[in-house]
Design a binder for this molecule. Structure first.
Ligand code: FES
Length: 137
């Protein structure tokens, strides 16, 4: 059965923004979904004011995971690290005009990978790492 994807999901899947790596990233984070085996990696470049100047991703995953990575990187670029922390997977899905319910968990990878990258940045800068909870969607 074909899933009903929004135009935005199709656009971000076909033309994902911010694909790649940042060699001298200030924070790198990875998240994986043990059920499907999909993996997302996020690289952050953060300036002295704590603003995310650049962000790239590499995702080995389904169309929804790639679209979620692309949208999530667009949403946190130019934000402070604190603002970026508050980005939820639901906000990513909403910005994509929704994901099919059985694909909501794919957007969780984006939230978790960003949190992991932000915590990597925090640890490297002597800040306390923020505890995270695993959630399904
Ligand atoms: Fe694994 Fe979408 S099916 S992230």
């Amino acid at each position: 059965m074909a899933l009903d994807y929004s135009q935005k999901v199709m656009d971000h899947f076909a033309n994902p923004r911010n694909v790649g790596e940042i060699a001298d990233a200030d924070g790198v984070g990875e998240a994986g979904n043990p059920k499907c085996g999909d993996i997302m990696k996020i690289y952050l470049k953060v300036n002295d004011a704590g603003v995310i100047e650049d962000v790239k991703f590499k995702t080995f995953g389904c169309a929804s995971a790639i679209a979620s990575s692309s949208m999530a990187t667009e949403l946190i670029k130019g934000k402070t690290v604190d603002e970026a922390w508050d980005l939820t997977n639901r906000a990513v899905a909403e910005a994509l005009d929704g994901l099919p319910p059985i694909k909501m968990h794919c957007s969780v990878l984006a939230e978790e990978a960003i949190h992991a990258a932000l915590n990597d940045y925090r640890a490297k800068h002597g800040m306390a790492v923020i505890p995270t909870e695993k959630h399904e969607d």
